[in-house]
Design a protein around this ligand. Sequence first.
Ligand SMILES: [Zn+2]
Length: 78
Amino acid sequence: MILAIALVLTFLVAYMAKQKGRGPIRWFIYALILLPVAFIHLLFLKKLNVKNCRNCAEEIKEQAVICRYCHTPVEAEN
Ligand SMILES: [Zn+2]
């Protein structure tokens, strides 16, 4: 039972990490090893700055020069 709760929380950490623009697989492994640490770490984690591509409307990183989805050059906004 405890194991099931831990597994759900591990998936939750991975999902929340994805929502914050982080690699979910890396966070899944992190949570698998150090669940309480990863959980608390994630709560203090800032969301990465993102913007939407003007061509395909997908979310890309603010620092991106080329869209990762449609490979259209995007101008940097300062
Ligand atoms: Zn795009």
